[in-house]
Design a protein around this ligand. Structure first.
Ligand code: 8YV
Length: 318
């Protein structure tokens, strides 16, 4: 039986599915693997099921040509914590879990759009503080969402799922930026630059993959192009956004609010952001629902099964 390491505790169904097929070891610890642990795991296991925070950088793969491990079956669609090219160079396959995460992540984007526009976090804080003095016709007026324009940065699976929700569910106009031409089957307009999208949008939503190519893709130029009444939403990866520039844009009132699920240096969230009432901050909840985490885990296990059965794993990324 192949030896597999699960780098974090996972839902029971996933553990059971993995144990049916493999000799499984699961870390009980929820902290990311350290460099030495990653190197050790490459030497000791045939396959590893890692996740967000397990920083498999090029350095980890140095001298791993003859390592026992031949596959990293990532739990999550985003694999920017793994240097997939460096893994490939030493013959290690990398897979991810697309599809399983799409709807849940798009749902979180909608939640952040609504929470940010309608000041839900601020209202909840007010009520819990005991300072709510009762309804008035003008209390806590926010931005009406239905019929507004959403600007999506990155029209992949998740971007399209957000666009569909906005278009069909909320009667919104959809404009988007995607680096390649990406026609969609409903009324939505692809624009040539990030700024062209920002100028038109009441809500800018980031849905591009993380990694070197998109690091700080969003910065002062985009925030300057957004209307001062617009909200900025990020459900992708924190470092796609220049967080300091976002804080500056919010502090200066260049944009009206932000809804964030991801941060540049998780779990560190800048104090300046935490102090702002017009910012909604979620702790990377994107896929945090049991059935979704089960589907992600089962997909990762299927990638391992296929690989060790001599097939091309369904979600190979390198
Ligand atoms: C995951 C995500 O739960 O799938 C992804 O890439 O961002 C999340 O929703 C987590 O990051 C594990 O990869």
């Amino acid at each position: 039986m192949k030896r597999i390491l699960l780098t974090r505790p996972l839902p029971d169904r996933v553990i059971a599915a993995a144990r049916d097929l493999f000799d499984v070891e699961m870390r009980e610890d929820n902290t990311p693997l350290k460099m030495g642990q990653m190197r050790g795991a490459l030497a000791l296991y045939d396959g590893i099921l890692p996740t967000l925070g397990d920083m498999f950088s090029a350095t980890v793969f140095e001298e791993a040509e003859n390592s026992r491990c031949r596959i990293l079956a990532n739990f999550g669609v985003g694999y920017n914590h793994i240097d997939a090219a460096a893994a490939r160079a030493v013959g290690i396959n990398v897979t991810n879990t697309p599809g399983a995460v799409t709807d849940a992540t798009a749902d979180i984007a909608m939640m952040l759009i609504l929470m940010s526009a309608r000041r839900a976090g601020e209202g909840e804080r007010l009520l819990r503080s005991g300072k709510w003095s009762g309804w008035t016709p003008t209390q806590m007026l926010g931005l009406h969402v239905t019929g507004k324009t959403v600007g999506i940065i990155g029209m992949g699976r998740i971007g399209q799922a957000i666009a569909r929700r906005c278009h069909f569910g909320f009667g919104m106009q959809v404009v988007y930026y995607n680096r390649s031409s990406k026609p969609v089957e409903f009324d939505a307009q692809q624009l040539p630059t990030l700024e062209a999208v920002a100028e038109k949008a009441d809500f800018v939503v980031v849905a591009v993959p993380g990694g070197a190519e998109t690091r700080h893709l969003i910065g002062p130029k985009l925030f300057a192009a957004m209307p001062s009444t617009a909200h900025f939403i990020n459900i992708a990866r924190g470092d796609v956004v220049d967080e300091a520039a976002l804080v500056a844009a919010l502090a200066a009132g260049h944009i009206a609010g932000a809804g964030l699920d991801v941060y540049e240096q998780e779990p560190i969230v800048p104090a300046a952001l935490r102090a702002m009432e017009h910012v909604t901050l979620l702790p990377h909840l994107g896929t945090a629902a049991l059935e979704v985490r089960e589907a992600m885990g089962l997909m990762a296990v299927e990638n391992l099964r296929a690989f060790f059965a001599g097939e091309i794993p369904p979600n190979l990324v390198n």
